[in-house]
Design a protein around this ligand. Structure first.
Ligand code: NAD
Length: 257
């Protein structure tokens, strides 16, 4: 049943326990490229360079990571939410939205007005830095500045390695948050995917869990996904445009946060 805004709006508008999964595609209209589209981040950087094991093992790899951050992090920090993020915040204000599980590391859902406790950042956040030994956290600006000032391998006061608080390839997912995302999916009566290729696991399996437990599924993405055949409604196109149409159908006020 592709392309039916009214059908999608009815499912989302009537949901009592809506869970949303967002991927890089929800933020491309905010100027942050995704990983897999042509011109995406991975056509410029090689992900194999930045596995968790390599980061931990080599000061040279760590310096390369902070160096990549010097160009990528300001883009993430300064991006502004778009109509898709704002529609999701409006759905929360309306009531019935239980959780946004995001694969993104850009903090744009919170910037758009979604409350922090309703957002699970399943791949962490690029806006903070964490110590891999004692867990101390701080904002990323101060550590990028230390790197810019000549500290090529920033460490914590405890001696531990500092790393942006994102989940790298080969790094364990945050246990509590991942478990919560699956629990929310099991309890959902409706599930919305926005801007995810649904090929990165385990996040990609969350919509399937929701459907197995009886949720209706709406997918908004520019290209096909492996879960389209399980969806009640598939809207293929631009997230900001399609979510703004859904917001208009539901008469949801879209405001800046
Ligand atoms: P992905 O790159 O695998 O897929 C993004 C999907 O969004 C693609 O199918 C693409 O066609 C679609 N898309 C792109 N722009 C769109 C738009 N405007 N409207 C609708 N669809 C659009 O991303 P993913 O599934 O999130 O998976 C992978 C990883 O990417 C995650 O681990 C995440 O941490 C990381 N990532 C995050 C950011 C960010 O924080 N903004 C950016 C790049 C990558």
């Amino acid at each position: 049943m592709p392309g039916d805004i009214a059908a999608a709006a009815e499912i989302l508008g009537n949901a009592k326990r809506l869970v949303v999964l967002t991927g890089a595609g929800v933020s491309t209209e905010s100027g942050i490229p995704d990983f897999r589209s042509p011109g995406g981040i991975w056509s410029k950087y090689d992900p194999r360079e930045f596995t968790f094991d390599r980061f931990c093992a080599s000061a040279e790899v760590r310096a390369g990571y902070w160096d990549m951050g010097a160009s990528l992090y300001p883009m993430l920090r300064d991006a502004e939410p778009n109509a898709a993020h704002r529609t999701l915040a409006a759905l929360e204000r309306k009531g019935g939205l239980q959780r946004i599980v995001t694969q993104n590391i850009d903090g744009l859902h919170q910037k758009a007005g979604s409350s922090a406790e309703r957002v699970i950042e399943i791949h962490g956040t690029a806006l903070e830095v964490a110590c891999l030994s004692c867990g101390w956290r701080t904002d990323r600006d101060s550590i990028q500045q230390r790197f810019a000032d000549g500290d090529r391998d920033p460490h914590c006061d405890c001696g531990g390695l500092l790393k942006p608080a994102t989940i790298s390839f080969g790094q364990a997912m945050p246990e509590r948050e991942t478990a919560m995302a699956f629990e929310d999916a099991e309890a959902a009566d409706a599930f919305l995917v926005v801007g995810s290729s649904l090929v990165v696991y385990p996040a990609a399996s969350i919509p399937g869990v929701a459907v197995e437990h009886g949720a209706s599924l709406v997918i908004v993405n520019r290209e096909e996904t492996p879960y389209d055949t399980h969806a009640d409604v598939v809207l293929q196109g631009t997230a900001g445009v399609l979510l703004a149409e859904i917001a208009a159908t539901l008469d949801l006020p879209i405001t800046d946060a």
